[in-house]
Design a protein around this ligand. Structure first.
Ligand code: OXD
Ligand code: MN
Length: 607
């Protein structure tokens, strides 16, 4: 479609301004249809960017530039008017200064290319919790991925005709096809990446990267960073959370939202196959939740996305059969290895690497080099509708009612398998102290402990001190029914360095206890940090786990927790005056309980 189909005056004005700045040869408005997608995929095949996967209908593999493989947090900026509004955990730049710098980058950056206009909806089109965005991009890869990850095209344009507000998302790979330059399989400007957010004007400018959250601007940039600011201003929550529905053998269902840092198993938990007869888990979303109080006082959540951008390595028929089945067709695989018979392969998919494997760099795979065949942050982009356990309410525009909110991370020690908060404020405190060992989802060292409150550290579009205030205020709303809060840790290790808990389908045992607690049943004992399952309260039927390992999983060691307290205090202190006193008081409360001899009695009750 051409620009004549844009009837929204401010949208047309904004596109015209950016056409003048970026100077594309051509402008195409995406209709989101099949023919358009086929045409664009064909172009990617002809240019050598895409490789068709014979084993998976309508699916493609693509290899990125080796310098463009993950989100780049150092090059991610929140350009609010004042530095304090971005807070100590974000990179801040003055908006006018940053705009000046960006304009130089964007000037003529689309020469020789087409600018695609992608109207997209986060959440079901027209839904009361949904929001609109428009991405301008010169990347066909982005168009095809956005088509999977968001509802995009004509239906959204119709919404825009009703003069709906929209978030402005400008993206360029930063590789104009000017004289003497050839097209590359993965064009980018890997030394000059900018992922920039202007929260007050609800706009995003992304330059230089074509990868994932840097370029598919509906995801982290909009649905988390910009939406978190919208949510603060409008009294809702935009969170880095999966949403799942869990049904007990009597057919009773509850919905749970869970925040985990990147690559800590959110997709696996969202699609879990319970190792418990009669229990069922269904998926609403695997990465992002937008939550609001409903008229009945319950907290309702939608998944604003339309697809999964899942980490491939480690995903197998054993670890996550539902993710594997979601990727059987209509998918894009980025930076995985490819097999000679036209399929994909990655570490942990099950089995030995097949002969003739080509690694993510396009080289014949050579195990003697000791390098993985698939990049550790290689991804599948899969339509959520293809998930065999997609929840029947996943597209309900009103969302699903949330009974429990989980936090978690990777911690080899200290944090027990599960503990429960006493109330909303304690739950917010739990969210504020989430910490995890880093993964490959972001560029940088892997395996280092970092504080990642609410798993939102890289995704909160404003001062996190203020964000904690917002969470506390949300809980103070009168007449609402608070969900319960839990902290889980599947990654605790024993003295031998091995994981104590089997994880995956057995995580349903923990969900079952949570379900029962939300139902007013499920026995617990109080410890200094919160409630843990009472002896016998976790259903371990059929699980081959020694009583010692189970005791270790639930043990709360005061000395280990006390060793964490100064780090938490320093983190809280980094926010200076803008930090909620309630959370500092909670930390004092925790420290007192950890030091109090009565707390020790509780521990021995479980161990
Ligand atoms: C993701 C991430 O891609 O959190 O979901 O990095
Ligand atoms: Mn994520």
């Amino acid at each position: 479609m051409n620009l004549d189909c844009i009837r929204h005056p401010r949208l047309r004005e904004w596109i015209d301004e950016n056409v003048a700045m970026c100077m594309p040869d051509d402008v195409v408005v995406c209709d989101g249809g099949h023919e358009e997608a086929d045409r664009l995929a064909e172009r990617m095949l002809r240019s050598g960017s895409f490789k068709r996967l014979e084993k998976r209908p309508n699916s493609f593999a693509v290899r990125s530039d080796p310098g463009d493989v993950a989100r780049v947090e150092n090059n991610t900026f929140i350009c609010s008017r004042f530095r304090e509004e971005a807070g100590p955990t974000n990179n801040w730049r003055d908006p006018q200064e940053m705009k000046g710098e960006l304009r130089q980058r964007f000037f003529g950056c689309m020469r020789g290319r087409t600018m695609y206009v992608i109207p997209f909806s986060m959440g079901p089109v027209g839904g009361p919790l949904s929001q609109i965005g428009v991405e301008l991009t010169d990347s066909v890869y982005v168009v095809l991925n956005m088509r999977i990850m968001t509802r995009m095209g004509e239906a959204v344009l119709k919404e825009l005709d009703r003069d709906k507000p929209f978030v402005k998302c400008l993206h360029s790979v930063g590789y104009p096809l000017t004289l003497g330059r050839h097209e590359l399989p993965w064009p980018c400007d890997s030394n000059n990446k900018y992922i920039v957010h202007f929260p007050e004007e609800r706009s995003i400018w992304s330059y230089g990267s074509g990868y994932g959250g840097n370029a598919l601007l509906g995801k982290k940039c909009y649905a988390l960073r910009i939406a978190s600011v919208m949510a603060r201003d409008q009294g809702w929550l935009a969170e880095h959370m999966l949403i799942l529905g869990i049904t007990n053998p009597d057919g009773k269902k509850k919905y749970i939202a869970a925040a985990f840092p990147s690559a800590c198993g959110k997709t696996n938990l969202a699609m879990l196959v319970p190792n418990l007869p009669g229990w069922k888990v269904e998926t609403v979303g695997d990465d992002i939740a937008w939550l609001r109080w409903g008229d009945d006082g319950r907290l309702y959540a939608i998944n604003p996305e339309y697809g999964f951008f899942g980490v491939a390595p480690g995903t197998s028929l054993k670890s996550n059969p539902n993710a594997m089945r979601s990727t059987e067709k209509n998918c894009i695989f980025t930076n995985v290895a490819t097999t000679p018979d036209g399929d994909v392969w990655w570490e942990g998919i099950g089995g030995e690497p097949p002969a003739g494997l080509v690694d993510w760099l396009g080289e014949p795979y050579d195990p003697s080099k000791g390098k993985p065949a698939a990049h550790p942050n290689s991804r599948f982009t899969a339509p959520a509708s293809q998930c065999p356990v997609i929840d029947q309410a996943w597209e309900d525009p009103r969302g699903v009612p949330i009974s429990a909110i989980l936090f978690g991370g990777r911690r080899a020690g200290t944090v027990p398998l599960v503990h429960e908060a006493m109330d909303w404020e304690h739950g917010v405190f739990m969210g504020s102290i989430v910490s995890s060992e880093t993964t490959a989802a972001a560029a940088g060292a892997v395996g280092q402990l970092r504080r990642d409150p609410f798993a939102m550290l890289p995704f909160c579009g404003y001062n996190m001190g203020d964000y904690f205030h917002h969470w506390l205020r949300m809980g103070e709303r009168s007449g609402v029914k608070h969900p319960r809060f839990y902290y889980v840790n599947w990654f605790r290790k024993g003295a031998d360095g091995k994981f104590l808990w089997p994880g995956f389908g057995d995580n349903a045992r923990v969900l079952k206890w949570i379900f029962e607690r939300c139902d007013g049943a499920g026995e617990a004992v109080e410890t200094p940090i919160g409630n843990v399952p009472a002896p016998g309260a976790l259903d371990l039927d059929g699980l081959d786990l020694s009583p010692e390992a189970m005791a270790e999983l639930l043990t709360v060691r005061e000395d280990e927790w006390l060793a964490d307290v100064p780090g938490i205090r320093a983190f809280f202190g980094s926010f200076h005056d803008g930090f909620p006193e309630e959370l500092v008081a909670r930390l004092d409360w925790l420290e007192r309980r950890l030091r109090h001899p009565a707390a020790k009695r509780h521990r021995s009750a479980i161990a």
